[in-house]
Ligand binder design. Sequence first.
Ligand code: ZN
Ligand code: ZN
Length: 615
Amino acid sequence: MADQNNEQLHAMRHSLAHIMATAVTRIWPEAKLGVGPVVENGFYYDIDIPDVTISTDDFKRIEKEMIKVINQKQVFERSEKTIDEALEWAKSAKQPYKEELLNDLKRSGTTVAKDLNADELGTIANGNSAVDNVSFYTNSNFTDLCRGPHVESTGKVGAFKLMRIAGAYWRGKEGNPQMQRLYGVAFDTKEELNNHLQMLEEAKKRDHRKLGQELDIFVISDLVGPGLPLFTPRGTILRKELVKYSEELQRSVGYEETWNPHMTRVELYKTSGHYDKYPERFDVSSVESEDKFMLKPMNCPHHTQIYASKPRSYRDLPIRYMETTTMYRDEKSGELHGLSRVRSLTQDDSHAFVRHDQIEDEMRGILSIVKRMYQTLGLELSVDLSFRDDGDNYFGDKKAWDDAQAIIENIAKEEELNYKIELGEAAFYGPKIDIYVSDALGRKWQCATVQLDYVQPERFELEYTDENGEKKRPAMVHKAILGSIERFLSVYIEHTAGRFPIWLAPEQLRILQVKDSPEIENFVDEITALAKASGVRVEVDRANDSISKKIRNSQLMKVPYVLVIGEKELETRRVTPRTRLDLVNDDHTDSEYAFEDFILGIVRESKDRSAKSSL
Ligand SMILES: [Zn+2]
Ligand SMILES: [Zn+2]
């Protein structure tokens, strides 16, 4: 049922791309059309109009024209032409981009699927070399090369809105003509559309790049370079607390810490087989040495070298290394985005070298700590089990795969994970468990991953001696709990809108002094000293502002607890903390505490990593 709905929604969104192209060509008959695929939540069309730059001011006009087309309930009629007839059509319709696609199709039997897949093209291509006919869809006067499917008529397309216009190179290739990519979103109902637009508004408010600045978490410096975020003292507390927890969890299932340099001879990556697969590596040159070096884009090959440094017996296994370390990938500057897409990413990475009979326990241990991490963080998990299909592009014997996949699914069941199986999504070297979190806005993000790998042990010729004295290959289990800390923070800042739980809050307590008096100042110092000695992250606001302004400032910084200290507090040596709203339990009342008890309460909450205030 869900699939049927998805297909229907897909057809509807794609039909809207045609309707938009119909409207655009009605307004600008000279418009040349590229491709018009479906994307998440909507659709786009790449358009080239000589001497015209579409702006958001034109959206009303285009939408109005689209609604006319929709109200005319034009039927989408499918027809076929031979390739040569289709080429004739493209020429006479003055559609050079379609002509190019058709020529490619004629030459190779497919539109060049190297840079865009057939789905993205929104066109033909049945993938075989013998393409005789291509299909067209016509609504009223508008005809487009297309493989469908479409809804029945333009009247059946739900609710839509044009969102933005952006430049895009034809077929994604620099040097090709610049197209104007016109984006829209579409949903079955007006209500769903409105919900989506509301979500986007909320997402804008929570944008981690904006909050990251306001909450003083990270900065990007031109001199350091794009994609290389710098973390402030506050941001570094967040990172360290997350990593501390991740490492605590990993230690609890037997992982030991290692340390590797950030660069290596390229031979390491040639041996692992990653060298050619990582065009986004950063090469490093040496003045003196003939050797070529690179910054590490991952961690796995390095760990194999620690394993391989001495003989291993079956009794030593599993051998488990963990390392939270920064890696470097030369992402395209156009794709860099705040903390979610960076050039320096830090993973809570680990590798276990195990006997085949130990895979199950290893996976179970890892999944249990992944679950705990995300439970603590208040993020809901869903899991894709990425398994192989019947294709033959997988390494290793089928039996080992089947066993491993059965083990993985069994654990997913036992751990009551919300999982689905994705056939054909495995890595060539082994099955994967891809773990997604859902944030407060209902968006899904991949964070954690667990992967089973038979290939790297093979390539590095890793061995252990079994109970009969024979050499055997271990398997390797890769995992990251948070994934990239930077990327995780981008998700988590937006999920919490910067209201971090107490254990993560860079500033847990702020003390506001009401009145300028030496006695009150002494009392504030006394509380601050106790808080600091107890490990509470505390700041004192002694600025010459009104108390209401100080309270507002603490709210802007989303500080969990605020104490206002004046005559009354000094006299009773008791405090009435103001608690950040999201921490307050339903039955919470503003209570008074001896200040020592209050500090102890924060320490307890922080230690328990609780999400709510227990005070
Ligand atoms: Zn179409
Ligand atoms: Zn790895």
